[in-house]
Every structure is written in structure tokens, then in C-alpha cells.
Design a binder for this molecule. Structure first.
Ligand code: PLP
Length: 371
């Protein structure tokens, strides 16, 4: 059996008429740049998330750069970001001349260790980028308490967190809608994935919204009149059209992912030496990724390769050990939890179209490996 780690083709085959019609519509109208589908998607996405404003951008990485620029995470300002995350969560600050202050991870939830973050606050700290990883949010209640107490800005990296919820002041809030700005990635593998690169930023603040809209078109709100030195980072109209098709069924996709995650958990829990990260009580998870942790992970990888099982390792090297950041002086041993998790973590295939037989096949191989 061959179980791909991810494939968009299964989804496309079952809904090709809808996708084809959406793309054809864009070509028939010819409104490729910031066309009508972009504005429609922004409205629908904002409503679904419970945010006031949404701005479609070219990618999640660009959304992080634009938001960092607008929030002042630049020019020597210190910004707390986790060492265990995708590169873009930190490079956005470095690119703008800001100083990333890396934070270790909480081994239970695999998110940022907020106690470590608090210890690293200085007078120069401008803000924090909590990254909601894999299936649950960084505890947003605690993030808001910390940032309010110290007057910090919050840029939520919700690139992986479409649909995840966290309880803040007794109310369930969507990941990305709590801080000043929240960003999402629609990279194809994501819970809401486009058929190419795409991203979004949301905010409840009208001024930030206007800046985001202006920054995506070279800092202009009137054509050829530039108020800021902005960027060229627009959500592609074809991707917006595809995302509108998928947004209609996003609740079903999330529910199906949850069913597959339950299946994995039932089959894998209790296997000696294998750890499944628990979901904390103040979270409603979305299984964008299903991770397990085990010693000897690299040997399991070899077995997966032999048996045709796709996998991914998020992330094999924490950011403090990346070559491009060596000038910042971090070294092995600085973030022990992240370093230990990076050696043991592996993500299993999970997407709505995976079959129960395929999940069973993956679990059989893991059970055999752990014997
Ligand atoms: C946590 C995190 N932040 C940012 C990004 C960047 O998003 P994109 O690939 O759309 O640029 C990703 C994408 O994988 C991500 O996982």
C-alpha cells in the first residue's frame, strides 16, 4: 500500500466540476489582480473567523512580514518568537532589522513556553509572535495577560491554525483573531489549502486594516500615490476562487480530520515508548498535523520509506541552530526542550480523504516497530 503524506489530487477528483468552474469564471472575467473573488473571499473568511477585517495576501510568509512591518517589529525592536517553528515566523522580524528573542517550547503542548518568554522580556521588547502549531493554540489567555501587563503587541502566527479555538476570558475565540493582527497560510497542505501560495491577515482595528490593504499594493491607497514603502503581495484571484469553493466545506474537512485523529489515537495510545501530545483544556483542536514522539524516530522513517508511508518532520532543526542565524550566537544546548523534541517528532499522514484502511496500515507499521 502507498499512503501519501498529502495529496490534493483526491480532493480535486471528487470536486473537479466546482474547481474548474471557479477557475474558468476568473478567466472569463479576466479580473486576475485583486478581482471580485478576492473581496468575496475576504468577506466570507472574516465572517467565518469572527474577525472584523480580512486582507488577502500572497502567502503566510508575506503576511508575517507585512504585519511585522506595520506593528513595528523592526529596527532593533525585540520580538519574542519560538525557536521551534517554521522559519518564516522569525525571519519576518530579522528581515526588517528587528531582533528575534527566541523562546523554548512547552513539551506538553509543543507550543511556546510562556514562562520562558516572560523571563526574556526587556525594555526593548515590542511584541510577541505566538505560533499556534500542529493542532492547538499557544494559550492565548496567558499571552494576552502577559502582553497587556507589559504593553506589547501580539502578532498571531495562525498559519497552521485555521479553525483552532482558544478560550479567552471564558469565550472561545478563533486562532488569529485575538492579537492585534493574525495571519494564516493557505499553502496547499493546510487545513484550508489553496492550489498554490496564498495567505491572509485579519484584524479588528480599522487603522491596521487600512495599512494592510495599502502595504499589499506598494503602500498606496490611490493608484500611483505611495504613502508607505510597501510590498507587492496580493492574494491571487484564482487562488481566492479555489479557496471560496473549499471554505464552503471547511467545517466538514475539520470534522473529518478530527475523526482520523481519533482513529490514530485509539490505535496508538498505550504503545510503550510512544507519546501523543495531549490537547490542553482551554483549546478546541484542529488536526492540521497529527504528531507522535518516539525515540528511534529515524529508524521508523526508514521503515516508512520501505513500506510506502509518507511522513514529515516538523521540524528537524530548531531556529537557533540554523546556519543563517549563527551570527546571533545561539548554540546547541540553549533550548533543550526544542532540541529534544526535534529528534523525536514525526508527523503522520492526515487529510480528509485518507481512508480508514490507510490509517490502520500506518498504525500497524508503528505498532510493529515499537514491539
Ligand atoms: C507556522 C508557520 N508560519 C508561517 C508559514 C508560512 O506560510 P506560507 O507557506 O504560506 O508562506 C507556515 C507555512 O508552512 C507555517 O507553518
Amino acid at each position: 500500500m502507498h499512503v501519501p503524506f498529502y495529496s490534493s489530487v483526491r480532493e480535486y477528483k471528487t470536486r473537479s466540476l466546482e474547481f474548474d468552474a471557479a477557475v474558468r469564471g476568473v478567466m472569463e472575467r479576466g479580473d486576475f489582480i485583486l478581482g471580485s473573488e478576492v473581496a468575496e473571499f475576504e468577506k466570507e473568511a472574516a465572517a467565518w473567523l469572527g474577525a472584523k477585517y480580512a486582507v488577502g495576501l500572497a502567502s503566510g510568509s508575506d503576511a508575517l512580514v507585512l504585519a511585522s512591518d506595520i506593528l513595528g517589529f523592526k529596527d532593533g525592536a525585540e520580538v519574542l518568537t519560538p525557536t521551534f517553528t517554521f522559519f518564516a515566523s522569525t525571519s519576518c522580524v530579522v528581515r526588517l532589522g528587528g531582533k528575534p528573542v527566541l523562546v523554548d517550547m512547552d513539551e506538553e503542548t509543543l507550543n511556546m513556553d510562556l514562562a520562558d518568554a516572560e523571563q526574556k522580556l526587556t525594555k526593548k521588547t515590542a511584541g510577541i509572535i505566538p505560533v499556534h502549531l500542529f493542532q492547538q493554540c499557544t494559550p492565548l489567555q496567558q499571552v494576552m495577560k502577559l502582553t497587556k501587563a507589559h504593553g506589547l503587541k501580539v502578532l498571531e502566527d495562525a498559519a497552521e491554525a485555521w479553525g483552532m479555538k482558544s478560550k479567552v476570558d471564558g469565550v472561545w475565540r478563533m486562532a488569529g483573531t485575538v492579537g492585534e493582527i493574525g495571519i494564516y497560510s493557505f499553502f496547499p497542505t493546510k487545513t484550508l489549502g489553496a492550489y498554490g501560495d496564498a495567505g491572509l491577515a485579519v484584524t479588528d482595528d480599522e487603522e491596521l486594516y487600512k495599512k494592510l490593504k495599502s502595504f499589499r499594493v506598494h503602500g498606496s491607497s490611490v493608484k500611483y500615490h505611495h504613502d508607505y514603502i510597501g510590498y507587492n503581495s496580493r492574494l491571487d484571484t484564482m487562488q481566492a476562487a479555489i479557496l471560496r469553493v473549499k471554505l464552503k466545506t471547511t467545517n466538514d474537512s475539520i470534522a473529518t480530520r478530527a475523526r482520523h485523529a481519533d482513529h490514530y489515537t485509539q490505535r496508538l495510545c498505550g504503545i510503550p515508548g510512544l507519546r501523543i501530545p495531549p490537547v490542553s483544556a482551554d483549546n478546541k483542536p484542529v488536526y492540521y498535523v497529527y504528531n507522535i514522539l518516539l525515540d528511534g524516530r529515524d529508524k521508523l522513517v526508514e521503515q516508512f520509506k520501505d513500506k510506502g508511508i509518507g511522513y514529515s518532520i516538523y521540524y528537524p532543526k530548531p531556529l537557533h541552530l540554523q546556519k543563517c542565524f549563527s551570527y546571533l550566537g545561539w548554540k546547541e544546548g540553549d533550548f533543550p526542550v526544542a532540541e529534544s523534541v526535534a529528534k523525536r517528532i514525526i508527523a503522520l499522514p492526515i487529510y480528509p480523504e485518507i481512508t480508514d484502511d490507510e490509517v490502520d496500515y500506518v498504525c500497524d507499521e508503528i505498532a510493529a516497530f515499537c514491539q
